[in-house]
Design a protein around this ligand. Structure first.
Ligand SMILES: Nc1ncnc2c1ncn2[C@@H]1O[C@H](COP(=O)(O)OP(=O)(O)OP(=O)(O)O)[C@@H](O)[C@H]1O
Ligand SMILES: O=C(O)c1ccc[n+]([C@@H]2O[C@H](COP(=O)([O-])O)[C@@H](O)[C@H]2O)c1
Length: 195
């Protein structure tokens, strides 16, 4: 019998995708037991309701530009046709139904871990899926963790989509904080430009 494929799911708003996301996704795809990583674009994170977001199709387009050429990374729009806000447990159920031969692992940055008990059906989520966490600057991770939660040992990346958006608004360069193709798209579309 074939070993089931193991796929890591990095859920996010990706508003926009940045180099931090790419390093996290690539690290998980190459330094762990995962075969691939899917970047799942959430139309609406439950904890970011009311925050300014580019249309999800545009965020997805930028994810696809960013991952071009990396065969281990793939973008997913599975949440686009699902109710909002985007609850991870519901998406996981949907993905499991669509891909019965695949084992999914939840990926996240360390900033998401403290809020996890407040996620929808958090207990079921924690009991059903392994979680690989990429540490993030400014987050002190709990010393006691459930045994299905693993912390990656990897370089800290002080990059956020908030910093990218604010820099563009302020007329500052975001070169290297986002891949060149994403930079070009931001410039051509005039995203976050105020004048
Ligand atoms: N620099 C980073 N280091 C580790 N994890 C990260 C980093 N940036 C994003 N992530 C993780 O990627 C996932 C998606 O993040 P998200 O799209 O919300 O980006 P963000 O940079 O945190 O956005 P924003 O600044 O708009 O809040 C989350 O699990 C988040 O923790
Ligand atoms: O399922 C939940 O209750 C839940 C609560 C908060 C966040 N999430 C998901 O986690 C991802 C990252 O969230 P955020 O708020 O850091 O952008 C995003 O895809 C959200 O849909 C999911």
């Amino acid at each position: 019998m074939n070993t089931p494929r193991r796929v890591g799911l990095l859920f996010g708003s990706f508003n926009p995708i940045h180099t931090g996301h790419l390093i996290v996704a690539n690290h998980m795809a190459t330094h762990t037991d995962l075969d691939a990583v899917w970047l799942v674009v959430s139309p609406q994170s439950p904890f970011k309701v009311g925050e300014e977001l580019l249309p999800e199709q545009e965020r997805l387009a930028m994810v696809n530009l960013a991952i071009t050429g990396n065969h281990k990374l793939q973008a997913s729009d599975v949440e686009f046709d699902m109710p909002r806000p985007s609850y991870t447990i519901d998406t996981l159920d949907e993905l499991r139904a669509r891909h019965p031969g695949t084992q999914f692992v939840l990926l996240m940055g360390g900033d998401n871990l403290p809020g996890l008990p407040r996620w929808k059906a958090a207990e079921r989520l924690l009991s059903e899926i392994s979680i690989y966490v990429y540490p993030r600057p400014g987050e002190v991770l709990p010393s006691e963790l459930p045994n299905n939660v693993r912390i990656a040992s990897a370089p800290l990346l002080d990059i956020s989509a908030t910093f990218v958006r604010n820099s563009v608004r302020a007329g500052k360069s975001v070169r290297y904080l986002v891949p060149d193709a994403v930079l070009q798209r931001i410039n051509e579309a005039g995203h976050w430009r105020t004048s």
